[in-house]
Design a protein around this ligand. Structure first.
Ligand SMILES: Nc1ncnc2c1ncn2[C@@H]1O[C@H](COP(=O)(O)OP(=O)(O)OP(=O)(O)O)[C@@H](O)[C@H]1O
Length: 288
């Protein structure tokens, strides 16, 4: 199974471009879309989910044009939009039953599937109370459950970890990796650590363009040997920032410990092991 996206452009209006000549091939496994606000992550996901049409370009699923024939992908799609709305007066059971009806799902197994999904997102104990009384994280979890109702083969999660506490993030990661062998899973975040722990491959986006797409070690290679740490006078920090890409600072009285990326390190700097965050900040700054 493969999604082949070619020269995709979404022009919202004269001034707003969602995607600009974007091409990518997505295979089975977990692809993390990483990019700053406005990079085009949601736009890409909406087009794949056939909620939005591209201005130009094509999306093929196993050789079939899904822009022209959205029915092909809708049957096998699970989608959690960023602005997922719920019906506050329905409880979790009623809500999932309602979504199942919209998706044309029914039969004897439906109840069992809903029970299993509620268990998977840790909502069994709260399944009988109105969703309006849920916390943000619980609403997000019911959103994750509805995306899985039809046993999808393509899963699209727009910012799925928003509002989840650390324990729920671990549970979500587990749920997603259990599905990854058999599905294309695309998830977005602007939080590097979320993507780092979940995704096999990472696609870094900015301004509607794809800056890099590879497995994590290959993305990290772009900054290997260029990440350093040093201690400088805090008063020198503004000048230091004009010469090197500063990733992180830790102020200690009048000195500041700086993690930075450069090809010309200061004498006495310590070389550090590069991380996905280093590579992400390097790529997005170099292409800003
Ligand atoms: N309906 C719309 N009308 C006009 N412009 C839009 C619309 N939706 C998105 N955009 C613009 O398209 C660009 C990409 O937005 P998009 O929401 O896809 O980015 P994103 O990477 O998902 O960002 P975020 O993390 O903030 O959700 C932004 O400049 C945004 O303002």
């Amino acid at each position: 199974m493969a999604l082949v996206i070619t020269n995709l452009t979404k022009q919202y209006n004269k001034h707003k471009t969602g995607l600009a000549d974007y091409s990518i091939t997505i295979n089975k496994g977990i692809l993390g879309l990483l990019g700053p606000n406005g990079a085009g992550k949601s736009t890409l996901m909406k087009i794949i989910a056939t909620i939005s049409k591209p201005t130009q370009g094509t999306v093929f699923l196993d050789g079939e044009d899904i822009v022209a024939n959205p029915g092909r992908i809708r049957k096998v799609l699970g989608y959690l939009p960023q602005d997922f709305g719920v019906y506050p007066n329905l409880n979790a059971y009623e809500f999932l039953t309602y979504i199942a009806a919209l998706k044309g799902l029914g039969g004897n197994d439906l109840r069992k599937r809903i029970d299993m999904l509620l268990e998977g997102v840790n909502l069994t104990a709260d399944a009988k109370r109105p969703i309006g009384t849920y916390s943000g994280g619980m609403k997000q979890r019911i959103g994750i459950a509805q995306a899985l109702l039809n046993d999808p083969k393509i899963l699209i999660f727009d910012e799925p970890t928003v509002g989840l506490d650390p324990e729920e993030r671990v549970r979500f990661r587990q749920l997603v990796s259990d599905l990854a062998d058999d599905c294309i899973i695309i998830l977005s975040s602007h939080i590097v650590s979320d993507i780092e722990t979940i995704a096999d491959e990472v696609a870094i986006m900015q301004n509607g363009r794809l800056l890099a797409k590879a497995i994590q070690p290959d993305i990290i290679k772009s900054v290997e040997g260029r990440v350093f740490e040093t201690l400088i006078d805090s008063s020198h920090l503004p000048d230091f920032k004009t010469k090197h890409l500063v990733i992180d600072t830790n102020r200690q009285k009048d000195k500041t410990r700086v993690r930075y990326i450069t090809t010309t390190p200061l004498a006495g700097s310590t070389a550090l092991t590069a991380t996905l965050e280093d590579a992400y900040l390097f790529l997005t700054h170099s292409n800003a």
